[in-house]
Design a protein around this ligand. Structure first.
Ligand SMILES: NC(=O)c1ccc[n+]([C@@H]2O[C@H](COP(=O)([O-])OP(=O)(O)OC[C@H]3O[C@@H](n4cnc5c(N)ncnc54)[C@H](OP(=O)(O)O)[C@@H]3O)[C@@H](O)[C@H]2O)c1
Length: 378
């Protein structure tokens, strides 16, 4: 009996992940290792020391270095690139030039080097909800992929968001259906296992353990629209598969419309008032909240507190440091709605977040409780 001949390329084949030791990057790497259509996984990172897996090839590389990236691309010969590398949005001292260099110029460098190499067919860029322009109230309500994104020069005030938007625009413009297909994955704030101490579950549990869970910053009238890490990873791989399906032949394509050269929003598809989300975290951590006994600090007071803290830091540290918590940008989610419409991913790709928010919170809190328990016992 004749057997089917193996596909010319393994489906995803050799995959490269920039920033593959980071929060999203290492979870993506783990999922790729478990994917039978992936033949090898390589990672580019400047200090690839954490979150490593033995089966992965790690390379020390700054994505802004033309020579280094060119050499490594030639050596690795990837078919698919997931570009997740990015500097942290709130690092001190604030350094807009670094965002311009690493996000904008780094992405431009990766695109230029990738286009030179015929093996590279697909480029998936991790973009952000922050690329969307806000309305007159500085909110972003159910932004879809047709909504305006930020454009223009990278300014000191909004450098991270503007750099991500510039890179996003460049990635879509680099799409060439004949040999180099690109996609932007616009995701909201990520939470879950492996998140940083600055992320939402960890901060929520810190509030519980320090007895501050009864202080509510903001009126809780705006909506928060996060994404669980495993939903984000699932979405990235789902989109990569759709991109490759489209490339390998229209007959195989399961998508309901064009994938290459497109942006897709992803979230848990469960916009929720921020303190309702934290209420679920508190309840999962064994500290359910009641409305009574809660101190509510209204939106205007939160903004005023941030302004005062920012001014004091500016005077004391001459602009070299910013408040860790009371920073308007960092607390925006408590007083401004930022939500994504993910109908395009659902309708065109058939993607739905596989893990519902309640289950995602349960898993995140369980991981976080264990992490904090370990930290205490050390
Ligand atoms: N976390 C969120 O809530 C969120 C929300 C929306 C979008 N995103 C996007 O998702 C992506 C991943 O975010 P994340 O939270 O996983 O970030 P992360 O944990 O900080 O990981 C980013 C990784 O990028 C690497 N990197 C930074 N600059 C680099 C450079 N010049 N060359 C090579 N590698 C570099 C870093 O490793 P080295 O220091 O070793 O180089 C780091 O491990 C980013 O593009 C981010 O903008 C994140």
């Amino acid at each position: 009996m004749a057997t089917a001949s193996p596909p010319k390329h393994p489906h995803l084949g050799a995959v490269l992940v920039t920033g593959g030791c980071g929060f999203l990057g290492h979870h993506l790497v783990r999922a790729l290792l478990d994917n039978p259509s992936v033949s090898s996984v390589s990672v580019l990172s400047r200090n690839p020391r954490q979150n490593r897996y033995p089966e992965v090839s790690y390379y020390v590389c700054d994505i802004t270095s033309r020579e280094n990236v060119q050499t490594l691309f030639k050596k690795i010969q990837p078919r698919v690139i997931f570009h997740t590398a990015s500097p942290y949005a709130y690092s001190d001292p604030p350094n807009p030039a670094r965002f311009q260099r690493e996000i904008v110029e780094g992405t431009a460098n990766l695109l230029a080097c990738a286009k030179e190499l015929p093996s590279i067919t697909s480029f998936i860029y991790t973009s952000s909800i922050m690329v969307y322009a806000t309305n007159a109230n500085r909110e972003c309500i159910m932004a879809d992929e047709e909504s305006d994104i930020l454009h223009g020069p990278v300014t000191r005030k909004n450098a991270y968001d503007e750099s991500k938007a510039t890179a996003d625009t460049m990635v879509l413009a680099a799409d060439d259906p004949t040999h180099f297909r690109t996609v932007c994955v616009r995701i909201s704030g990520i939470y879950g296992e492996g998140e940083s101490n600055d992320s939402v579950t960890t901060r929520g549990l810190n509030m519980v353990y320090s007895g501050r869970a009864n202080i509510q910053l903001g009126d809780n009238t705006s909506l928060f629209d996060p994404i669980y890490i495993h939903n984000a990873v699932h979405g990235h791989i789902f989109i990569a598969n759709a991109l490759i399906d489209e490339l390998d032949g229209p007959l195989k394509t399961k998508s309901n419309g064009k994938v290459h050269g497109e942006a897709f929003n992803l979230s848990d598809d469960s916009p929720i008032p921020f303190w309702d989300f934290l209420g679920k975290v508190f309840a999962e951590a064994g500290c359910p909240q009641t409305r009574e006994g809660k101190t509510v600090i209204p939106n205007w007071a939160v903004i005023a507190m941030c302004c005062i803290a920012e001014c004091m830091y500016w005077i004391l540290f001459l602009g070299k440091r910013r408040p860790k918590d009371f920073l308007r940008k960092k607390l925006e989610h408590v007083y401004r709605t930022r939500t994504l419409n993910i109908e395009k991913a659902k309708g065109r790709l058939g993607w739905y977040p596989p893990i519902p928010m309640d289950e995602a919170i349960k898993r995140s809190v369980s991981w976080c409780v264990e992490k904090m328990g370990k930290a205490k016992s050390n």
